[in-house]
Design a protein around this ligand. Sequence first.
Ligand SMILES: *Cc1c(COP(=O)(O)O)cnc(C)c1O
Length: 376
Amino acid sequence: MIPFNKPYLTGNEFALIEKALSKGKFSGNGYFTNKCHTFFNEYFGFKNCFLTNSATSALEMASLLCDIKEGDEVIIPSYTFVSTATPFALRGAKIIFCDSEVSSPNIDVQRIEQLITSKTKAIIVVHYAGLACDMDAIMALANRHKLFVIEDAAHSITSRYKDRFLGTSGHFAAFSFHETKNISSGQGGMLVINDHSMINRAEKVWVKGTNQLDMQRGIIPKYEWVDLGSNFYPSEITACLLFAQLQSIEFIQYKRKLIWKTYEKQLRNLEKSGKIKLTTLEDYQSNNYHIFYILCASQYERDDLISFLKKNNIMAVFHYSPLHSSPYAQGKSTETFVLPNAERYSQTLLRLPLYVELDLSQVIEITNLISTFYHS
Ligand SMILES: *Cc1c(COP(=O)(O)O)cnc(C)c1O
């Protein structure tokens, strides 16, 4: 069986775990957490980062820092993972769903403005498959209406918008290091903060709403409860797993690129014959090879192809169900959202296996099967 995903181990993990344990204190915010923060700072220019237990919890931090409360509205793409929405729903916000672009699953910037009301507080954008949303247009719109922009950058490590790394344009950005993402620590995430006025509070929110970090710096003799917050930071074991991956980031990305490019080359002819659609990049996008997807002509055809590949021991998978039609959203509101592009991506998008240890010969086996499917 060729699985859809297989978490990659660099081989350095066990040595680093031993080192983390031998330090005697490993509850978090220690040696390896600092090593990761420094790496992100130097490699990506993320000036203020906070490792978290997941991207979901990074978004919960952002939601607290934006003071999202009952009655506020936040705009998100419908075609996304549930974690883009729940951190804001948890604070009582009403979730306003926006459609995808015609040409990509990303939020349609042209449709955001008509959704903005006096209650709107934030726009959350998702760079689907690590391919950037048009951040200049989004930031201009947000600045005009004085809204926060939060990048759900869960897919987006190493990707750029123009010459800037994703995660550096919005007020906040959330990354995921879940085992399904390019760089992983099993569970894990990170909040990047680009709005400097938020850093002081973020340090408190990160540590259960306390000023414990100031005590550790010797500024105050004891720490106290000063804000809302939660236990957002991961243990040193998680941080050292992440650090092992970061040390291999170039190798991981090199392997994923080879696989992605091989898929593209092998499937070009099928695209030319009009049977499927492949990804095309905008000038402002770069690829981080997080997802290789094809678009089929219909849901029926896509599901048929999934079954055909499965019969041949290959796991290919669809992706999101639009959140506006989820049982939770439907139960909350009687509004009907008409979001045809989100529906279409939900019905026709198919993701092919992509992980570091996938052989190029296996990629060719998969693409040959897809050709067989379309020629029979
Ligand atoms: C994976 C993912 C998340 C959640 O990441 P966790 O680290 O598992 O919390 C959020 N948004 C998107 C778009 C994702 O793909």
